[in-house]
Design a protein around this ligand. Structure first.
Ligand SMILES: Cc1ncc(COP(=O)(O)O)c(C=O)c1O
Length: 399
């Protein structure tokens, strides 16, 4: 009873807000794809004036000879647990509800932002969540995440290696094919529906900038590639293909995350959109070469060292600079590495003096909400040793 009430309320809300989506305004036929509103609204776009002041104080260049620095604040996508996942979850959770599933199952590393956002969204919608969690370097933030998953009511499953985690994932995926109550969400929320959130995000950005202020580069971290692929498709739909470059900074380069993945995810999303349009409207879709264009997409692997969940001195220096100038907190796994590239790019432009001066956009995908607020609100059996409420396999990560 309670669940149906939530469902009706949610679908009502989604119907009321669906018209506002840029993607739906551009292609009204896509409104048949389930969507519900999680975001607070368009995320702010603003210049990084204090960072510019700091970086250019000794540059000795006239203002017109400096690259302009901008930021898209997806950290503010959904208060308080936003970040890039909120945009993906608007479509994923709507699909879950449309299928009458009652539990979502997904996976990530022990400190996964995606698992955090999924658990929070599930709780908001009255759904259960199950998280399959695999190994990464254990930091204070990872421990806080593990406690937060539990405090948000998620069931957590420990995996000690990527191989056992992969097997667990496959098992749950197969299980979800037979059990309609269970909805499987791929790692990072990178499904066709999830990626739609970022195609829409590009259209949102384009409405904010127009053609005149469109950034020359948009810098974004790449994990499961849904965010970057979505933006790439968005740039195609907006009709500004190759007028801006999506710079995907690979945060763990290898067989699971690489340039080919971004390009193939973009193609997959484009085909999904095409399939949902009538024959007549398919003809109006811009044609874009996702496979080859190096003007529309640049993928960088050199910022992934020393590996997933670990960061070097330069990354930490960049994170400090952002905190001290703009008061923004980045994470060392994703946004910190992308920001390191961003700073290096500014320095290289200052050396070479590119003309015309580029407009560089940093897309902030991380939400730095203080998880202690959620952890402290929860009733723990032993407040001194909270982790004892987690499955026992996790205990060694705390002791
Ligand atoms: C903060 C942050 N930025 C970027 C990403 C990468 O996004 P994607 O997996 O869509 O490539 C993630 C993925 O978890 C993330 O948590």
């Amino acid at each position: 009873m309670k669940f149906s009430l939530i469902l009706i309320l949610t679908l009502y809300l989604s119907a009321a807000k669906a018209n506002d989506l840029h993607l739906f305004k551009k292609y009204p036929e896509l409104k048949k794809i389930p969507h519900l509103q999680i975001l607070n609204g368009p995320t702010p776009l603003h210049p990084l004036l204090k960072l510019e002041e700091k970086l250019y104080s000794n540059a000795g260049r006239a203002p017109e000879n400096r690259p302009r620095l901008w930021i898209k604040r997806d950290d503010m996508s959904w208060g308080p647990l936003g970040g890039n996942k909120a945009r993906k979850l608007e479509f994923i959770m709507a699909k879950t509800l449309s299928k009458h599933s009652t539990t979502v199952v997904t996976s990530g590393m022990w400190g996964s932002n995606h698992c955090l956002a999924t658990a929070a969204a599930a709780r908001k919608l009255g759904l259960k969540s199950k998280l399959l969690l695999g190994p990464q370097p254990v930091t204070k933030n990872v421990k806080s995440k593990l406690l937060t998953f539990h405090a948000l009511g998620a069931r957590t499953k420990y995996y000690g290696s990527k191989i056992t985690m992969g097997l667990g994932l496959a098992k749950h995926y197969l299980w979800s094919l037979f059990d309609r109550k269970l909805f499987y969400i791929p790692p990072g929320g990178t499904s066709k529906e999830g990626m739609l959130g970022y195609a829409n995000a590009f259209l949102e950005l384009f409405e904010q900038t127009g053609l005149t202020n469109l950034p020359s580069e948009i810098v974004v971290p790449v994990g499961t590639a849904g965010t970057s692929a979505g933006l790439l498709v968005g740039s195609c739909l907006a009709g500004v293909w190759e007028k801006t470059t999506i710079v995907g900074v690979g945060i763990s380069h290898g067989i699971l995350s690489n340039e080919r993945l971004v390009r193939s995810k973009a193609r997959e999303l484009y085909r999904f959109i095409r399939k949902n349009l009538s024959k007549k409207n398919r003809k109006t879709l811009p044609k874009c070469d996702f496979e080859k264009s190096h003007k529309a997409l640049v993928y960088l692997k050199r910022y992934s060292a020393p590996g997933y969940g670990a960061a070097n001195q330069e990354v930490h220096q960049g994170m400090r600079l952002m905190r001290e100038t703009e008061g923004l907190i980045l994470d060392s796994t994703y946004s910190g590495k992308a920001f390191r590239y961003y700073l290096d790019k500014v320095q290289s432009i200052l050396k070479t003096g590119d003309r015309p001066m580029p407009r560089l956009l940093f897309w902030l995908t991380y939400n730095s909400y203080d998880l202690n607020t959620v952890i402290e609100e929860h009733h723990w059996s032993n407040p001194q040793r909270k982790w004892l409420d987690l499955p026992s396999k996790f205990w060694k990560l705390f002791e």
